[in-house]
Design a protein around this ligand. Structure first.
Ligand SMILES: Cc1cc2nc3c(=O)[nH]c(=O)nc-3n(C[C@H](O)[C@H](O)[C@H](O)COP(=O)(O)OP(=O)(O)OC[C@H]3O[C@@H](n4cnc5c(N)ncnc54)[C@H](O)[C@@H]3O)c2cc1C
Length: 472
């Protein structure tokens, strides 16, 4: 009887899982493995994502048992774990779906070569992006650095149809990932999320049925619940981008009038592929600015301000609301991610890598491509970034995208009683209004830790100096 291993990584699903599909098709017995990897260069997973991963492993272990596949979860050096499993199960082939970070690619290539030279067969498959990053290029055969032409090209390409889940006779489910100790804060995250492949599919269906129509207009308003919230499911591969793409296309055929909204949604999904394109083609995007000139920008060392930012105590309500939403739920709305990142990197002039690391630890969707690429985009050092002199004003942005203050009131309850006019700038409210709302600035709610006008100018000077230096 021939046995194959499937090494699961960021692809915790049964349907549209090319590695699992091929293993089930070509072998009588399949064993799935997940490895908490110990290998140089790999970025340790953040705490919130680790919590999600645990639930996701339990979920896929149950689903795999339904088709007679056992999931084993190990910790250690992946090559050693794979070798032990190949021997233990008398297997001859390993399948996996590719990953795209430089360190992961190097590791996978080394393992592939070593196992092959010992007579094993190793198959790596495409499964985690719409288009493999090397298959989409500019007219000059170069990687893309601007999103719009990338998207124009991507949307004309054939996106492979999703594969069905393999079938098989059910076997006994055994709990996995038993060494994980749930942190004390995990209970609160659990209120906000349903985890696993079935939950991901349900979320996509609900989003298309109920929210996509409002997506183009509503997606910038954090109090409106109109985005898909598929990001953590995508992060762990509980759903594949190809499944989203094809389900959305089928929905479109049945609802022609929703073409515009569906198109907008798919263009946002394409940003994820664009991030992976950058991850693949650039060296270590979590550390190295994609526009090299920004390596010389002189960031401020301001640990107390960084701490105030992390804890949502900056005195700027929409920034505080976003960071508290993150702490409470493991998620933050996209518009607010942009605002808090801009406040950190421009107004506070604190290194984008500090913010990226905080997000990495706190987000359930912390993604090796989307997180650093988006931070670089906001900080102005990424590809296709907004020009550095466009600096968000978090107060006017709050007034525009949270005009009635619902989002701020939800996450910053100590200022909830303020009238709408002052909800985004409590320190500007007259004393009698503050007293009526039971607010003492500097005591019950912080005074803003930065003067928005002055710090804007400071950022313009610092960024301007780098640009001038580069132009010399
Ligand atoms: C500073 C900063 C950090 C970010 N960090 C992450 C991260 O770690 N992980 C992550 O998945 N996204 C990240 N994003 C991108 C974006 O904020 C989230 O993907 C989005 O908010 C997730 O919510 P959703 O699933 O409801 O999105 P929807 O609007 O419903 O979009 C559907 C999917 O498309 C993709 N997508 C949407 N917008 C973007 C975008 N701007 N860039 C890349 N992909 C996008 C995501 O996979 C998302 O799940 C970050 C953005 C910023 C500004």
């Amino acid at each position: 009887m021939s046995t194959a291993l499937v090494w699961l990584r960021n692809d915790l699903r049964l349907a549209d899982n090319p590695a699992l599909h091929a293993a089930a098709k070509n072998h009588q017995k399949v064993v799935a493995l997940y490895v908490h990897e110990e290998a140089p260069g790999l970025r340790p997973i953040g705490a919130a994502a680790r919590w999600w991963l645990h639930q996701s492993l339990e979920s896929i272990a149950r689903d795999l048992a339904e088709i007679g596949v056992t999931l084993e979860v190990h910790a250690g050096k992946p090559e050693a774990v794979l070798r032990a499993a190949l021997k233990g199960h008398d297997a001859e082939t390993v399948y996996w779906n590719r990953r795209y970070g430089p360190a992961e690619r190097e590791l996978d290539a080394g393992i592939k070569q070593a196992l092959k030279s010992d007579g094993f067969s190793v198959e790596s498959m495409p499964g985690n992006v719409l288009i493999e990053p090397w298959l989409i290029q500019t007219g000059q055969d170069k990687p893309y650095s601007v999103f719009t032409p990338f998207w124009k090209n991507l949307r004309t390409m054939d996106i492979a149809a999703p594969l069905p889940a393999p079938k098989g006779k059910s076997s006994r489910f055994r709990p996995v990932d038993a060494d994980y100790e749930e942190p004390h804060w995990a209970g609160k995250l659990g209120q906000y999320w349903s985890i696993g492949e079935t939950a991901a599919q349900e979320r996509l269906t609900t989003f298309l049925d109920e929210s996509v129509v409002d997506y183009p207009e509503g997606r910038d308003f954090p109090a409106k619940d109109v985005t898909s919230r598929l990001s953590p499911h995508l992060r762990f591969g509980e759903i594949s981008p190809r499944q989203i793409w094809h389900t959305a296309q089928a929905f479109l055929h049945a609802h022609h009038s929703k073409a515009g909204p569906v198109d907008k949604f798919l263009s946002e999904l394409a940003w994820r592929d664009f991030s992976y394109h950058q991850l693949y083609h650039r060296p270590n995007i979590a550390e190295i600015p994609m526009q090299e000139k920004y390596s010389s920008l002189r960031w401020r060392h301001a640990p107390a301000q960084l701490r105030a930012w992390e804890k949502g105590k900056t005195g700027i309500p929409i920034v505080d609301a976003g960071l508290r939403e993150l702490w409470e739920t493991g998620y933050m709305h996209n518009r607010v991610r942009m605002l808090v990142a801009s406040f950190l990197t421009k107004n506070l002039l604190i290194d984008w890598r500090e913010g990226e690391r905080w997000f990495w630890d706190c987000l359930v969707d912390a993604d090796e491509a989307n997180n650093p690429a988006s931070w670089q985009w906001v900080a102005g050092c990424g590809l296709d970034a907004a020009p550095y002199f466009r600096i968000f004003n978090p107060v006017t942005q709050g007034e525009r995208f949270d005009g009635s203050g619902d989002f701020v009131r939800r996450w910053v309850p100590e200022i909830a009683a303020l009238p709408d006019k002052f909800i985004h700038a409590p320190a500007d409210a007259p004393q009698d209004i503050l007293a009526k709302a039971d607010i003492a600035i500097g005591s019950t709610y912080p005074r803003p830790i930065a003067d928005l006008k002055q710090t804007r100018q400071r950022a313009l000077d610092a960024y301007g100096a780098v640009s001038a230096q580069a132009a010399d």
